[in-house]
Design a protein around this ligand. Structure first.
Ligand code: ZN
Length: 317
């Protein structure tokens, strides 16, 4: 069911974390690391751990992937609180948020094509930066395509739990970013910012590859009057070539038949150094050890680490 963006949740009195995979394919080792880190940190604080399926990008999604992800998480022994939340059911909340941003004068229609931006924009650290062509209205003869957030003079500074102080001049480093795409789908920044804020998520622990998404998400939350979570960005798993493990780099899917071994490897990756003999122990013993010994401080300042994803991994089906 759709919930309006201003839905009043019960006041959050304790830690509420979340894991929010996109159903673009099966979970791989990198996703296991992010799930494990956010889960153990939430439980360490006697908090809740919510599960959200970020299914707002149908062109990139794979049929059946969401169900596959839920089943893999279950077989790995994760236990989430409450129902699974699906972003595809939150259309009304996102539309309402966009309307509020427009009412504030913080969002505007853009009629530019990719080609226009390639021709006029400048290169930024995260791709081409939009030159602001439509800030003062659509040029004559142009139809609205996407909706952008106005970042004029906007700065976002925050203290990352693991990476320390992050300072971002949004206008210079990211530019007016898209909140609703030309194909009509909602942009990730908008959906994640609205859901984390409205759901009362207090802590987002996720991969370092998403660090650059945090300033625009905090910016949206501030404009909408939503409380921003605290953020901590975990080191990401890269292959020997230094590429992030993902479907694009052919990271092998998790194999739930080897859940104990793979969870042990994830804990190792997260700097927790589980004892060797737990590698072949029943999953619940490994979880019990992990809950008792989890210390996120071991990860402070680490941004990436190499995993050999060929080792002990099933072949791609
Ligand atoms: Zn434009």
């Amino acid at each position: 069911m759709d919930q309006p963006a201003n839905a009043k949740d019960s006041p959050v009195t304790r830690y509420r974390g979340r894991f929010a995979p996109s159903p673009t394919g099966p979970l791989h080792f990198g996703s296991l690391v992010a799930a494990t880190g956010s889960y153990l940190e939430a439980r360490h604080h006697h908090g809740e751990w919510w599960l959200r399926i970020d299914d707002i990008d149908p062109p990139r999604e794979q049929p059946g992937a969401a169900a596959q992800i839920l089943s893999a998480l279950e077989r790995f022994g994760f236990q989430w609180d409450g129902p699974v939340h699906y972003q595809h059911q939150r259309t009304a909340a996102y539309l309402e948020a966009i309307q509020r941003l427009r009412d504030l004068g913080a969002a505007y229609d853009c009629g530019c094509t990719r080609r226009d931006i390639a021709a006029a924009g400048r290169e930024g650290p995260n791709g081409r930066i939009y030159p602001g062509t439509c800030r003062h209205g659509l040029p004559p003869g142009r139809e609205p395509r996407s909706i952008r957030l106005l970042t004029r003079g906007m700065r976002v500074d925050f203290d990352d739990l693991l990476q320390g102080p992050v300072r971002c001049d949004l206008e210079r480093e990211l530019g007016d970013f898209v909140i609703r795409r030309a194909d009509g789908f909602f942009a990730y920044h908008l959906a994640a910012a609205v859901d984390d804020g409205v759901h009362g998520i207090t802590h987002v622990i996720r991969g370092h590859d998403l660090l650059w998404c945090t300033p625009p998400q905090i910016a949206i939350q501030r404009l909408l009057g939503l409380t921003s979570p605290s953020y901590g960005h975990l080191p990401i798993a890269v292959n020997a070539a230094g590429q992030k493990l993902s479907k694009q780099t052919f990271a092998p899917p998790l194999d739930a038949d080897k859940a104990g071994d793979q969870l042990w490897q994830a804990l190792m990756f997260l700097g927790q150094e589980p004892p060797d003999d737990l590698r072949r122990a029943p999953l619940r013993e490994l979880w019990a050890w992990a809950h008792a010994h989890w210390a996120i401080s071991r990860l402070r300042g680490r941004q990436q680490a190499v995993v050999d994803c060929q080792q002990d991994s099933p072949a791609q089906p």
